[in-house]
Design a protein around this ligand. Structure first.
Ligand SMILES: [Zn+2]
Ligand SMILES: [Zn+2]
Length: 304
């Protein structure tokens, strides 16, 4: 039986190097993947040209390789605690599915005013001392509050199919930017206490929004593969993830698998999801809640 990798980047959005859909599909076949989700970053209307370009290719390649199901999506960002996302509904509806990640500090909550919407991305903070001092002024409990509110809003958004790399944001922010003494997360309950879990996961289940298990999440000591990962040192992993997916499993929320391979450089990572599967095994997630077939995804299906 094959596997489903629903988070593969083509590289168009990063403007430098990119790859054809056909090359990705060939890699998927080599790695015994039978369902793939092609995405690229989408951060506003200047990315519309990429949507059209990839969509055209997907339609051609689908006819050529019927043995692999190809879903065409985009990965966009949530911008505010009210769940505003960086893609217009009319563009989102051109896609088969939409992945949303928290790549910025969400605005309009306790930490960031609305005017700073989309201005502070976690990736940019590292080389930006102004952002760093800004971040250090936040109360970390407020950041967690904003994360919870944003996540709950997303679970009510009718356009979203998958929540990408969930909870990565709070602990990445914490580890990278706060002095050790200020760390407040040691268990998953520190981010999602039981009442919050009830609200968020009931909404996710009802909407059919999947929570992604990224292949990076499993800490190195549990890994069954440390070759096809982007960070062998486990920078993006956290042992609390196993508990997170245990809770998700109990609520019966769907989970999706994502390599988050950024092609063309990471073509060999396409469909390499052994760690993600191991994490789900440790978390005792029921197999039927793992998205392995197209019908399981909250899917628009407009491009077939
Ligand atoms: Zn992302
Ligand atoms: Zn991604």
């Amino acid at each position: 039986m094959g596997i489903a990798d629903l988070h593969i980047h083509m590289g168009y959005a990063d403007h430098l190097k990119y790859i054809s859909v056909e090359e990705v599909v060939k890699a998927a076949i080599r790695h015994d993947v039978n369902l793939i989700g092609i995405v690229d970053h989408y951060e506003g209307h200047e990315y519309d040209v990429i949507v059209n370009k990839i969509k055209e290719q997907v339609e051609q390649v689908r006819r050529k390789f019927p043995e692999v199901e190809i879903l065409f999506g985009m990965e966009t960002s949530v911008l505010t605690v009210d769940g505003e996302i960086n893609i217009k509904p009319e563009i989102a509806r051109k896609l088969d599915f939409l992945i949303v990640g928290m790549h910025h500090i969400p605005a309009g909550g306790k930490c960031l005013p609305y005017e700073m919407k989309g201005k502070i991305s976690v990736g940019e903070v590292k080389n930006n001392p102004e952002f760093q001092s800004f971040l250090q002024k936040f109360n970390f409990e407020d950041l967690i509050d904003d994360w919870q509110k944003t996540t709950l809003s997303l679970m009510h958004n009718p356009l979203i199919s998958i929540y990408a790399h969930p909870v990565q944001w709070p602990f990445v922010v914490m580890r990278k930017f706060l002095p050790r003494g200020k760390w407040l997360i040691s268990r998953i309950e520190d981010i999602i206490p039981p009442q919050v879990a009830q609200d968020i996961f009931s909404a996710a289940k009802e909407a059919g929004i999947a929570w992604e298990v990224n292949n990076e999440y499993l800490p190195p000591k549990y890994r069954v593969d440390n070759k096809y990962v982007c960070c062998a040192d486990g920078r993006n992993s956290w042992s609390g993830m196993i508990n997170l997916f245990r809770i998700i499993g109990k609520f019966g929320v769907k989970v999706s698998l994502g390599s988050d391979a950024h092609c063309p450089d990471e073509l060999e990572r396409v469909g390499r999801l052994e760690n993600a599967m191991e994490l789900l095994r440790l978390a005792k997630v029921n197999k039927e809640n793992i998205i392995l077939r197209r019908e399981q995804i909250r899917y628009y299906g407009t491009s077939t």
